[in-house]
Design a protein around this ligand. Structure first.
Ligand code: PHE
Length: 404
């Protein structure tokens, strides 16, 4: 685990990454500034006091480096934007948010170490993260055991919030996401025969593949072949050759962008022209870089579309562009929503004690998030809509919105 300040001193980083790390460190300093809580309380059991003084300390764990680096950096930027806006408007109950962000490099063990540090050493009131379900699953038992609230912006595997009553998410879950794509395959694309290529090292990928399969088969479709790979693989030709032999009409690949981009390329090289389909794990500007034209004509489900004309979305996009110079992806939108939902709950809670904030989070109803209207149910999951996007000339084009 590296703090992003340490990252900025890593001389082995590419120039671009160095720039990103420095920018992250600078924007963090700008937010947390020199405002330190006057009341440094050691010991986990006293975390309710971490909102003492004039600061509410938040911790963030994300993949700022590694093969899922855009997940961490985009989420981080969304979090910082929300914190900046909330602080400028007077904060919450007269207190300013400060954020300590730790890089887990995309590794579950590092995510577990990071959450322990944020609780024990930084004495945070709440944890934001992780994006990837496998890493949230490594963190959640630690947050739960210490009775510190954890809000994952975008981990969609159902098991994450099952880890305990202090674990929340502001995104939909994979049984819904799998159904969205299975219905899109049968009802919109009229497909009957689909292949699956899943990442067996990734809880999210395995779960989403299963949920997709269940609904697709129930709707009368056939999974003609179910192949697997492991995160970090770079050669997918043998799986794709086996898939080609079954002549599917589409390949469902619920993985993360780095492998999905390579899979897209290699599928085309082998003469497989059918669309790929996937889930939110595709959402990265890097998908286009890695997959290139091979990804055109493919579909995935996601949390938000930049084409959404609603004022909440367009206002967020223009503020994000002003700070970062790029259009936010879904991860940035989810990071932003995680903070504003936490702030909203803290405002409604009678006090900033963990139990009061926990109850207020549970009472979140019809919250107008950037990623849709958000309701938190009694399982601490968000109930909300999903969008389906199509990759066209490297751009993610909005197709449809599916309500829960
Ligand atoms: N939903 C994915 C998971 O649970 C993470 C993810 C969310 C990736 C949003 C990209 C965009 O692992």
């Amino acid at each position: 685990m590296k703090s992003i300040f340490q990252v900025s001193r890593n001389s082995k980083m590419s120039r671009k990454n160095q720039w990103i790390a420095v920018a992250l460190a600078m924007s963090m300093t700008a937010i947390s500034g020199c405002k330190k809580s006057a009341n440094t309380v050691n010991g986990i059991s006293q975390n309710n006091n971490s909102a003492a003084g004039d600061v509410i300390k938040l911790g963030e764990v994300g993949s700022m480096t590694g093969s899922e680096a855009t997940f961490g950096t985009s989420t981080h930027q969304g979090i910082l934007l929300a914190v900046k806006i909330i602080n400028a408007a007077g904060g919450v109950k007269g207190k300013q948010f400060s954020v300590t962000s730790l890089d887990d490099q995309g590794k579950p063990e590092e995510a577990a170490t990071a959450v322990t540090k944020l609780i024990n050493q930084n004495n945070v009131s709440a944890i934001l993260g992780e994006v990837a379900s496998s890493r949230s699953l490594a963190m959640a038992p630690i947050a739960q055991q210490n009775k510190v609230l954890m809000i994952t912006p975008s981990s969609t595997n159902p098991k994450v919030t099952e880890q305990g009553d202090h674990i929340f998410r502001v995104c939909f879950i994979d049984p819904f996401q799998g159904t969205v794509m299975a219905k899109f395959a049968t009802e919109t694309l009229k497909l009957k025969k689909v292949a699956i290529l899943r990442d067996v090292k990734n809880d999210y990928s395995v779960g989403l593949a299963n949920y997709f399969k269940e609904t697709f088969v129930k709707a009368g479709g056939t999974i003609v072949v179910d192949q697997s790979y492991s995160a970090g693989d770079i050669d997918f030709k043998s799986q794709l050759t086996a898939i080609r032999a079954k002549a599917p009409e589409a390949i469902f690949v619920p993985g993360y962008y780095t492998e999905v981009g390579l899979i897209g390329r290699q599928a085309r090289e082998l003469g497989l022209k059918v669309p790929l389909m996937g889930g939110d794990g595709w959402d990265s500007p890097k998908l286009k870089e890695i997959g290139g034209a091979a990804m055109d004509g493919s579909y995935f489900s996601n949390h938000y579309s930049e084409e959404d004309k609603s004022p909440v979305v367009q206002d967020f996009i223009s503020k994000y562009k002003a700070d970062y110079g790029v259009v936010p992806d879904g991860l940035a939108a989810m990071g932003y929503d995680a903070v504003v939902i936490l702030a909203d709950a803290m405002k409604r809670a009678p006090t900033l004690n963990t139990e009061d904030v926990r109850k207020a989070l549970l009472a979140t109803r019809d919250f107008p998030g950037v990623t849709g209207k958000i309701n938190i149910n009694d399982k601490r999951d968000a109930v909300k809509s999903a969008v389906v996007l199509k990759v066209e000339n490297g751009v993610f084009k909005y197709q449809t919105t599916v309500n829960p």
